[in-house]
Design a protein around this ligand. Structure first.
Ligand code: ZN
Length: 429
């Protein structure tokens, strides 16, 4: 999983009969020029190692028809490290992790999950991982984080990491816009509360382009103006980039502008999704959403669409982990006939894409198209969970949905609570 602009992500898992919870944090790094060079060099060496290991596997297969195991490559690596000064500069487990990643890439290729692993060309963004960060290769020390073979890099800890947590994995990542991040995975013994048996305030959600979400109780959330503007600017910059000549200085400048704007949109989007998901989860212990994977089997190459896809996945992931934190549940349902079925009588109608209002031919039920869909998901989800719709919806927390200013994320980062709903909301998340 690419932990891109994710908040603290929680996941419980069972390791040898012992339940542990994993939490992921993403902190900004401010390496010096000297350190930046060194980290860049590590990323480049890892890329070369990936390409070498990949061609080694390919050659063995093409010439000798024999497959290559992780252990074999790992054994070769140990020898190579003695001869190659650049490989020797890599922390040993960082190098092993590259071979692990390659091995996993091949495994999912053989399992028909993904395509054949490819050679990596030079890129502006990249990362490498310390797989056992607790063994002293990585540790926090005041305002700095120590990376083995790199040194002490200034870090901004904008959020409290678990005190009793064990630092498991650390990934150092450079974004295309030039920002550096450390992604830290902690493991703690704290248990997530058990899932509720009966949910008191379920809600159905339909996702869309014009309204980001529509809920079964009739609320529509439009994308905020600042986000629409930022996305519009991103599209304009992207068009400008595609017109620039390959390899020219102007193209490089345009690429940087696109990368910076991309990062900005992603941050604003993530902040908005955090506030929105927190609001939903606080009012509803069961959230039923359409399963986006199925929805997205119909691929659309349009850029705007792909941005929205990513945003929906993120919102869903945020709702999911926030529900788990309180014993609630995010339940995905298959979206089949979501828009076509009538939520009053169940009859299937033919509703055109352009039709904004749903009108049932059998029972004359009339409703907003998306609200009808959200109600269908709600009914379907409750049925799958074997639960009835509670008679009364107990909490009606419905002030207009969050008005988030772009500045709110900043307040969030520095930990100061500013006046206004949005920033204090963000602070409590
Ligand atoms: Zn009907």
């Amino acid at each position: 999983m690419k932990a891109n602009f994710m908040g603290p992500y929680i996941e419980s898992e069972c390791i040898k009969d012992k339940m542990t919870t994993r939490r992921v944090f993403r902190f900004r790094l401010y390496p010096s020029l000297e350190q930046e060079k060194r980290i860049f060099h590590i990323i480049e060496t890892c890329r070369r190692l990936w390409n070498d290991a990949l061609s080694h596997r390919r050659n063995r297969w093409e010439k000798e028809k024999s497959s290559t195991s992780y252990n074999m490559q790992q054994w070769i690596l140990t020898g190579e490290r003695k001869r190659d000064p650049e490989l020797c500069e890599l922390y040993s487990q960082v190098a092993q992790d590259v071979l692990h990643r390659l091995d996993n890439a091949f495994k999912s290729f053989f399992d028909h999950i993904s395509k054949h692993p490819r050679f990596k060309p030079f890129r502006q963004d990249g990362s490498f991982t310390y797989p056992q960060a607790y063994n002293g290769s990585v540790y926090l020390d005041g305002g700095q984080i120590h990376f083995s073979k790199v040194g002490d890099v200034p870090i901004v800890i904008h959020r409290q990491a678990p005190v009793d947590g064990k630092l498991k994995i650390c990934t150092v990542r450079r974004e295309a816009c030039g920002e550096w991040y450390a992604i830290l995975v902690y493991e703690t013994d704290e248990l997530l509360p058990a899932q509720k048996e009966i949910f008191e305030s379920p809600i159905g959600i339909d996702v869309g382009l014009k309204s980001i979400i529509t809920t079964s109780d009739g609320q529509k959330i439009e994308p905020p103006e600042f986000l629409r503007k930022a996305e519009k600017r991103l599209r304009r910059l992207q068009r400008s980039l595609s017109r620039k000549q390959k390899g020219s200085r102007n193209r490089e400048k345009a690429r940087h502008l696109v990368a910076v704007q991309h990062a900005k949109v992603a941050r604003q989007r993530s902040n908005f999704n955090h506030v929105l998901s927190a609001r939903i989860v606080r009012a509803h212990d069961l959230v039923i959403m359409e399963d986006l994977r199925i929805k997205n089997m119909v691929r659309n190459r349009h850029l705007a669409k792909s941005i929205h896809d990513a945003a929906w996945y993120q919102l869903r992931a945020f709702i999911d982990y926030k529900e788990k934190r309180g014993g609630g549940l995010m339940h995905p349902v298959e979206p089949a006939y979501g828009t076509q079925a009538c939520n009053a009588c169940g009859a299937r109608n033919h509703i055109l894409l352009s039709q904004r209002t749903f009108k049932c031919d059998s029972c004359n039920h009339e409703q907003d198209r998306d609200v009808n869909a959200a109600n269908n998901y709600l009914q379907k989800g409750l049925k799958e969970l074997g639960q009835d719709m509670p008679e009364v919806t107990p909490v009606e927390i419905q002030p207009p949905f969050p008005v988030i200013t772009p500045g709110a994320s900043r307040a969030h980062e520095t930990g100061t609570v500013r006046g206004g709903y949005a920033s204090s909301e963000a602070h409590r998340l």
